[in-house]
Design a protein around this ligand. Structure first.
Ligand SMILES: [Cu+2]
Length: 143
């Protein structure tokens, strides 16, 4: 027979369990790649799909790479029939949603490329998320 004390304890444990399984983002990164560039090129673009399987939103707040001097988060748009792009300070990854960084949309802009980006090679992207912290991403170089 369970004593009253243990019974009360168990009720408290069960009742507080949801507090420990608190809301949080859970990110999954698929198909990261950067566009291959001819030798001498100074910049290129990077793409990936970020899925948030968690119950809280997250934000991509910065990104860097050992293969580039700097990396910006860019948004493509069309203005007066011209393709334009601008840097954004962060990219929101809503809970339960998928955010595509793809040609013509959001993308990463790698400036001052430090080495030739030939197809088949990998480069490392260090992404920093507001809630999920740092994530190291291995991106394939593709045509
Ligand atoms: Cu761009």
């Amino acid at each position: 027979m369970i004593s009253k004390f243990i019974k009360a304890y168990l009720i408290i444990v069960v009742a507080t369990l949801p507090l420990f399984v608190s809301a949080s983002p859970k990110l999954k990164i698929d198909s990261p790649w950067v566009r291959a560039m001819p030798p001498g090129a100074s910049m290129t673009a990077g793409y990936m799909t970020i899925t948030n399987e968690g119950s809280e939103k997250d934000e991509l707040i910065s990104i860097s790479s050992t293969a580039a001097g700097s990396v910006e988060i860019h948004q493509s748009y069309i203005e007066n029939g011209m393709h334009q792009m601008k840097a954004v300070s962060k990219l929101e990854i809503p809970a339960g949603k998928k955010v595509n960084l793809s040609p013509g949309g959001y993308h990463l802009m790698l400036h001052n490329i430090k080495k030739d980006l030939q197809p088949g090679k990998d480069i490392i992207l260090n992404a920093k998320f507001k809630k999920s912290g740092n994530k190291k991403i291995l991106a394939k170089v593709r045509k």
